[in-house]
Write a protein that binds this ligand. Structure first.
Ligand code: GLC
Ligand code: CA
Length: 547
């Protein structure tokens, strides 16, 4: 690692299929991205994370890759990618790619070869096992589609898939597979990209004998045997050496990761990742997955935020995010669709002033919300179907659809709402997926002109951060922890302080008698309402004081 430039950056995540269609076939693409780069830059963003752009049968929308060194024809080609990359760089934007190496598509040539026989050059690229006493090799469930094993008649064996059936897990214990990964990394780094977001990277090393999981853990019963597995650090160090040949950085996705485990990747002798996505703060309205819902609880959210802020301070660096392509929209979860603008801007302030590198997901900056489609057949996401068909089966269809409305990953995958014209200005053709009907009201063009729009508040916060040492580097202290309505924290750096006050209430709140705020003589630098009232917070009001 030559530099730590990623620490003062803010990233924008593009899930390309729904971003902007540049050639009118109804599918977002790199021609569209090229056109919209100045828009991204205008947000105060410094880098782009591309969700997978590679050829893929789209069983899991790009997270099932069939060719790692190419671009999906729906999105363009390598030449167009290079054009986007060069233009991004010329605007001062870094570019990171998704590296999905826990599994490939079952249509990847490696897998097509591997499944042919037990003795071909690729036979050991995946995790194959014989039946055990006439049954599956073990009792693991996949996270996306029933049992974790699929039978292959050609080999009379089963292959392991922790995700969907069309996502066979790679055998990372095979040194040839690791060489392939390194060659993929070099391919993109040589082209000039600046780093990788590494998909479920903590899952790539499995315990040798693949023991049965505990029967009472639903779905993730095998996780203790594939999360943070025995050789994980060794393999990641190998990949790190490749990255060290370039000025690039690595961000790992760590589903269900703990602080202890995250620190083991980001610090010390095993340091192999610069940043990690952790999930704790995404569980303030659900248990383990968004499909198992509970009412939103601000105290859970604050506890998760503060825990990571404290634990990583001075040791490692946080990622800050509220949305991505795997989670439903945040206003529909932690905010309030009836207070769309106010809660959307408050949520922005609540996380953008923490210590770490912020990520903004396409559409989050205009406050896109969940889509409510009538029937499960209209949903595209493999995990939504799995949830619908395997959990809470005693619930009525209406009840299950309610859960889908609140949890589906498709809510964050609807086309980006650019303006109020047909198809939200996303395409001149027929959009590949449903556009959220609220696009007439919620769109980029409409928000450009409103000074207090969600869009303009994101800009304000991102520009403020960049130019503020205390916002970038300050220590974090939480106040008023017991409150179930207010989230209050302070950042401190040298002699400068920022106080961030966020109301999660849909009512007016009197707050001048709260002792921590007595005597604040700070200057109000950001507020999501035009005329703040002394001592009173309006619904979902948020303020940033500098002093
Ligand atoms: C990660 C991705 C998600 C994908 C899964 C399997 O969690 O973010 O979209 O479905 O890995 O690749
Ligand atoms: Ca297109």
């Amino acid at each position: 690692m030559k530099t730590e430039w990623y620490k003062s950056m803010a990233f924008y995540q593009i899930w390309i299929r729904s971003f902007y269609d540049g050639n009118g076939d109804g599918i977002g693409d790199l021609y569209g991205v090229y056109e919209k780069l100045p828009y991204i830059k205008s947000l105060g963003i410094d880098g782009i994370w591309f969700s997978p752009l590679y050829p893929s049968p789209n069983a899991d929308y790009g997270y099932d890759i069939s060719d790692y060194k190419n671009i999906h024809p729906d999105y363009g080609d390598l030449e167009q990618f290079k054009k986007v990359l060069d233009k991004a760089h010329s605007l001062g934007l870094k570019v990171i790619m998704d590296l999905v190496i826990n599994h490939t598509s079952d249509e990847h040539p490696w897998f097509i070869e591997s499944k042919k026989s037990k003795d071909n050059p690729y036979s050991d690229y995946y995790i194959w096992r014989d039946a055990k006493k006439g049954k599956l090799p073990n009792n693991w469930y996949s996270l996306f589609e029933g049992k974790a094993w699929e039978y292959c008649p050609e080999r009379d064996q089963y292959y392991l898939h922790i995700f969907a059936k069309k996502q066979p897990d790679l055998n990372m214990d095979n040194p040839k597979v690791r060489e392939e990964i390194k060659s993929i990394m070099r391919f993109w780094l040589d082209m000039g990209i600046d780093g990788f977001r590494e998909d479920v990277i903590t899952f790539i090393s499995k315990v040798d004998n693949l023991p049965d999981g505990l029967p009472f853990i639903p779905v993730a019963n095998g996780m203790p045997y594939y999360k943070d597995g025995p050789h994980i650090h060794e393999y990641l160090r190998e990949f790190r050496r490749v990255c060290n040949e370039y000025d690039c950085f690595q961000l790992g996705e760590g589903p269900m990761t703990t602080i202890k485990s995250a620190l083991s990747y980001m610090t010390g002798k095993n340091k192999s990742l610069d940043l990690m996505f952790h999930f704790d703060h995404m569980l303030a309205d659900c248990i383990y997955t968004e499909y198992i819902q509970r009412p939103f609880n601000l105290r859970l959210l604050k506890r998760a935020f503060s825990k990571w802020q404290k634990a990583l301070n001075g040791k490692a660096w946080n990622t800050l995010y509220l949305e991505n392509h795997d989670h439903p929209r945040i206003i529909s979860r932690y905010g309030n669709e009836h207070y769309h603008r106010a809660s959307g801007t408050m949520l922005a302030i609540c996380y953008l002033f923490q210590q770490g590198t912020p990520f903004v997901y396409q559409g989050q900056e205009i406050g896109m919300t969940n889509i409510k489609l009538k029937s499960i057949d209209q949903y595209m996401d493999v995990s939504s179907h799995n949830n619908y068909h395997s959990f809470h089966l005693k619930d009525s269809i209406e009840k299950r659809m309610e859960r889908i409305h609140a949890s589906s990953r498709d809510s964050s995958r609807t086309p980006m709402q650019w303006d109020s014209s047909k198809n939200a200005g996303f395409t001149t053709g027929k959009p590949w997926f449903y556009v959220n009907p609220n696009y007439k009201r919620i769109n980029v063009a409409a928000e450009e002109n409103q000074p207090y729009s969600i869009l303009n508040l994101y800009r304000k916060c991102l520009y403020y951060r960049k130019n503020s040492e205390v916002a970038l580097w300050g220590d974090y202290t939480e106040y008023y922890k017991a409150s179930s309505l207010l989230y209050v924290y302070k950042r401190t750096y040298k002699n400068n302080q920022l106080l961030i006050v966020c109301s999660f209430s849909s009512h007016h709140l009197r707050w001048h008698n709260i002792k921590e705020f007595k005597g604040i003589k700070g200057k109000l630098v950001i507020c999501n309402y035009p005329n703040p009232i002394h001592g009173v917070l309006k619904p979902y009001e948020a303020r940033v004081y500098e002093y």
